[in-house]
Design a protein around this ligand. Sequence first.
Ligand code: PMP
Ligand code: GLN
Length: 380
Amino acid sequence: MQYKSKLPNVSTNIFSIMSALANQHNALNLSQGFPNYPSSQKLNDLVNNAMNTGYNQYAPMPGNLDLLTAISNKYQLLYNNSYHPEKEITVTSGASQAIFTIISTFIRPNDEVIIFTPAYDCYEPAIELNGGKTITIQLSAPDYGVNWETVKSKISSKTKMIIINSPHNPSGTIWSETDMLQLQDLTKNTDIIVLSDEVYEHIIFDGEQHQSVCLFNDLKQRSFITASFGKTFHNTGWKIGYCCAPEYLMSEFRKAHQFNVFCVNHPMQKGLADYMQDSKTYTSLPNFFQQKRDLFLSLISESRFKIKPSQGTYFQVLDYSEITGEYDVDFAKRLTKDFGIASIPLSVFNENDKDDKVLRFCFAKTDETLVKATEIICKI
Ligand code: PMP
Ligand code: GLN
């Protein structure tokens, strides 16, 4: 039997490749983005408690009401902004499923979707599977700033969606209020949906404020926010996230969501809802991660890499152009095999695999791992 692939140019993603290589060579794995410290005991206990007190059948399709309410309260507290718990928030199987379902719900063949590269790797295949056309805007290292004239020139009558991501994986940069206002201006009086991937909203440094789309009223009216509890609460393996949007968009999303996953696992939703009753569980995160970033940076200050401190996410990109001219994928693999440290080469997220000689290191690791990793980095 034969079939024609809908994703002929897609192969195993870089996170699987680098993590497997790290395991094979017993290397420190700072490649795929996940913490190597445990998720909170209190949260684990609350999930166990939910299992033991009867939360073992299907949750309501949009999500457990306590969790939807806790999420809504979070937007009120952090952004002075309201999303109706029952009409404007849906719990999903990780941010990935939210992103996939948003794209599937709204993108038809030949619709254009603008993404900014380097881009997280799940956007483009979802656009392609739905017959859409990805329009890339390549950002340049080391600032990865947006030229808004370029964005304007790429918007056409076929543009149906713009996907943004701040704090940004993989570069660790953030968008300013001015960037958001520019986006708001450019999309005014259009039918463009904005998908704002905000999975790192709580991982932002140096006192900067996260510029959520919900803070900009016109933008909010056309936007989905996607979020990930895995990123927020150090349990990427639980694969629970959510999305928020105005009711007229969310009701359309749920038409697809109900036949895609129907609902997300119930005891974890209830455990997360109980855990979020204490807002410190998320308001303490910028500080927690800033300590990790600062430790990592202070220990590599004497290394041969060029460093521009990460502004957000738990990733630090390092420029190795003064060390070698090797292709970044080859260099990342060599460091894993010969030096025992795994990272992610950025070219795989760029248009035409543009190689800026930068690697991404994840610092969501125990201090002990960070000390060991930085000793290696300083020897390269
Ligand atoms: N978007 C970005 C930018 C990510 O880094 C990730 C990985 N956490 C996701 C989406 C997917 O999140 P999840 O693991 O909750 O599916
Ligand atoms: N989001 C994680 C990262 O950027 C990886 C998730 C995955 O493995 N697909 O490293």
